[in-house]
Design a protein around this ligand. Structure first.
Ligand code: ACO
Length: 417
């Protein structure tokens, strides 16, 4: 471990201290005084080498394919915890006992209803909107309705599945979702999505379990694009709901959470066009073609994404237990094998990420493609909230990066118009 780093600029020597995390391969040079001392800033497009905070929520070792939630390996969390228990862990830092989780669940149920005012506003939403746009707008509206910010984390945990179901139902011209006070969180979600007028949906426990596990897989992933968005808003002291609404919009992009919809569309296109894997792999490798193999590659994982391996197993188990066949799953497995044996993907360390298999599970459950990223948002909610809470508790400074200006030098307006 080195405690200081020397930097030589124009024959001057500057000393910077270092910061280490729980694991020593998490190490940083403290450059917060760099500009003040040297006149230089760091230039790091995409923030590939910039640590913006200290955090104790989740940990990733991208070279070893390790993901920990509050110190617990994702494989153990998936095996031993429900999504609500995982949410409690992520928000509070420790696993709940039976009394804790009972209270947590009861408090969430207290908010388990669709607000009349939201419903009347939602009647004006055109059904052509993408459900991610509908969800982020409705979440932003919550700012108006829970003015006292009573139990805001649990309030949002309760409202998110209701508003996600409302978004789904608006698109299908269905009546608003009916909440069920007796059901477990994920079962309530499935009922709100799929119940029809005079016919309550009774979700199969195999499906509840698969969806609950997928939500857990998405629950947190340290400083990704949407979480950083939520944190940035938190740093300016924007309220929780508007911060999460911004996170939903950041997640929507196809390089981030929107990839899960793109993966299934890509796999369907490959299947429809005859399943020629070589052609599609070559297309992904061609730098002149904007196409990328969706669901492949990750900023942090340069080895397997442990979530992708678990999602693959959930998909295989679900399809087996439901006794259905899915040519898309078979195609995905073949494509994975093909890509992983290709030198381009090997050299660039591109492996399947979570989005590669999650859509296959959603599809088997009956969730339409344009709702896939909404499901991701439901899973990521505890993580977003924990990061927002952490930044407020740490009282981190407002996030405000620098730039290198490359525009025009100062000039005068001679005439306008
Ligand atoms: N297909 C083909 N080539 C790829 C892919 C891909 N899926 N991903 C990366 N590459 C190539 C890039 O072209 C680049 O090549 P180069 O070095 O010759 O220029 C190299 O691999 C590195 O890629 P970058 O885009 O620089 O890596 P970055 O860390 O910035 O991006 C990202 C990561 C956005 C995930 C990228 O791999 C990608 O676009 N993947 C497809 C979309 C996707 O699956 N997104 C979901 C991510 S997981 C999540 O958000 C839940």
């Amino acid at each position: 471990m080195c405690s200081n780093v020397n930097l030589e600029i124009d024959r001057y020597n500057y000393k910077f201290s270092t910061t280490y995390g729980t694991y020593n391969n998490d190490k940083a040079i403290n450059f917060n005084k760099l500009r003040e001392d040297t006149g230089f800033i760091t230039f790091d497009p995409g923030l590939k080498n910039t640590g913006i905070t200290k955090s104790s929520i989740s940990f990733i070792d991208g070279r070893k394919g390790i993901l920990l939630y509050r110190g617990y390996p994702i494989e153990q969390v998936i095996d031993k915890c429900s999504f609500l228990e995982t949410s409690y862990l992520i928000l509070n830092g420790e696993l709940p006992d039976s009394i804790d989780i009972d209270n947590f669940s009861k408090k969430i149920k207290k908010f388990n209803f669709l607000d009349e005012e939201i419903l009347s506003i939602s009647n004006k939403i055109p059904k052509e909107c993408h459900p991610m746009g509908i969800l982020s707008s409705l979440i932003n509206l919550l700012t108006i309705f829970n003015i006292k910010n009573e139990d805001k984390y649990l309030y949002l945990l309760a409202k998110m599945p209701i508003l996600a179901s409302l978004a789904y139902r608006i698109k299908r011209n269905l009546t608003p979702p009916c909440t069920d006070q007796k059901s477990y969180y994920t079962s309530n979600l499935l009922k709100m999505l799929f119940s029809e007028k005079n016919r309550e949906h009774k979700p199969n426990y195999i499906i509840i379990d698969a969806l609950d596990k997928l939500l857990i897989l998405h629950a947190d992933h340290e400083q990704n694009c949407s979480t950083t968005t939520v944190r940035l808003l938190g740093s300016s002291h924007t309220n929780l709901y508007s911060s999460v609404s911004a996170g939903i919009n950041a997640l929507w992009g196809k390089r981030h959470g929107g990839a899960n919809q793109e993966v299934i569309e890509m796999l369907e296109n490959i299947l429809k066009s005859g399943g020629n894997l070589k052609k599609w792999i070559n297309k992904a490798k061609n730098k002149k073609d904007p196409f990328r193999l969706m669901g492949f590659g990750h900023r942090i994982y340069k080895n397997f994404d442990p979530r992708a391996q678990i999602a693959k197993k959930i998909a295989e188990d679900l399809i087996k237990k439901l006794n259905i066949s899915d040519p898309i799953l078979d195609l995905a497995k073949n494509l994975e094998k093909y890509a992983l044996s290709d030198s381009y993907f090997k050299e660039k360390k591109l492996y399947p990420n979570i989005d590669f298999y999650s859509g296959i599970v959603y599809q088997a459950i009956g969730i339409p493609k344009n709702m896939f990223t909404v499901m991701f948002a439901l899973g990521r909610l505890p993580g977003w909230m924990a990061h927002w809470k952490e930044i407020r508790n740490n009282n981190d400074p407002i996030g405000r990066p620098r730039q290198i200006y490359i525009g025009n030098k100062k000039r005068n307006i001679i005439k306008c118009g």
